[in-house]
Design a protein around this ligand. Structure first.
Ligand code: RIB
Ligand code: CA
Length: 312
């Protein structure tokens, strides 16, 4: 059983990651924390609450950092739309957030839980995680692992070398990577293999007819965004890759290597510099994803989606 805190910014692919986390019997989703990223904190938090209610989930949501540590916020409306989940009309949430200081909640949950109990899965900028580590450095030795959708070993998406979650808050990413905790970085080298083709989309909808309308709305909008903005014929579903790895590491090929985050370069700010040159130092606590077992990945997503029941 993985006892998980999911830090996210729903976001179309965050929604699929959240569905996976709620649908998988091997995940105890302890809480969801939200951070400004794909859209404003208010919008992504509302989306998280609505998505959880849609499938009858009972997971506490804590909203967190509204803006990056240093940089001015630049939401990804060009991909996720004005609401952060354009393409679907979710019922406004009936529930409220359980709290508004996600970083403090992450510290509390990790410190109140047994040692090596909590797995942090992040699918957004790392602002909440960095704040939590700065507030209470002890969490770095208590957390079982951090699995993050972030960064890239090779090509970026927001810039030639930087991926959106790292680019949005590079200072937070630097803080997180500079601490000694077990980090698995699932970057674009992996997630650009998680392409949601129309065939995959059909199988996901068939796996759960009660969610078909929402899944089709999400994926169709995401497809159009990626076609227009990044010339992808079908959308790469980044965030579920982090959940899949946390559940079964064999789904991603990884290599141990130091990762540093560029925060100063005019052309390279937000770049995750993975040093693959030589054998990783013995005390290296980071590994990066290089490739995805695509068939296994989609069968994991399909299985988890099938376990959910969407209400009206
Ligand atoms: O670069 C992809 C990442 O940025 C994903 O987490 C997506 O949801 C966006 O937040
Ligand atoms: Ca995200």
């Amino acid at each position: 059983m993985k006892h998980v805190i999911l830090d996210c910014d729903p976001g179309h692919d965050d929604a699929l990651a959240l569905f996976m986390a709620m649908g998988d019997p091997d995940i105890d989703l302890m809480e969801v924390t939200t951070v400004g990223g794909n859209q404003s904190l208010e919008k992504v938090t509302k989306n998280a609450l609505s998505l959880i209610e849609l499938v009858g989930g009972k997971v506490p949501v804590y909203s967190g950092a509204p803006t990056p540590l240093v940089k001015a916020p630049k939401w990804a409306g060009y991909i996720h739309g004005e609401s952060g989940l354009d393409g679907v009309k979710l019922a406004p949430p009936k529930s409220e957030v359980a709290g508004t200081h996600a970083a403090s909640q992450i510290v509390k949950t990790v410190m109140d839980s047994p040692d090596q109990y909590v797995t942090l899965i992040t699918t957004a900028p790392l602002t909440n995680i960095a704040l939590a580590a700065l507030m209470e450095p002890k969490i770095c030795s208590r957390v079982k692992e951090i699995v993050m959708m972030l960064g890239a070993v090779h090509t970026g998406n927001v810039t030639p070398v930087a991926e959106f979650n790292a680019y949005t808050d590079p200072e937070a990413a630097k803080v997180v990577f500079e601490r000694k905790w077990p980090i698995t970085m699932i970057g674009l080298d992996v997630t650009h293999q998680a392409i949601c083709t129309k065939g995959v989309q059909k199988k996901l909808a068939e796996a759960n007819p009660s969610l078909k309308e929402v899944l089709d709305g999400l994926i169709n909008f995401f497809r159009e965004s990626y076609k227009d903005e990044e010339c992808f014929p079908d959308p790469p579903t980044h965030d579920p890759c982090a959940v899949a790895y946390a559940l079964d590491p064999s789904v991603v090929k990884t290599v141990k290597c130091p990762v540093s985050v560029e925060t100063k370069g005019d052309l390279t700010c937000g770049m995750t510099v993975a040093d693959l040159r030589a054998l990783a130092p013995k005390d290296c606590n980071t590994q990066v994803g290089l490739s995805l077992d695509v068939e296994k990945f989609w069968s994991m997503v399909e299985k988890d989606i099938a376990n959910l029941r969407a209400g009206k």
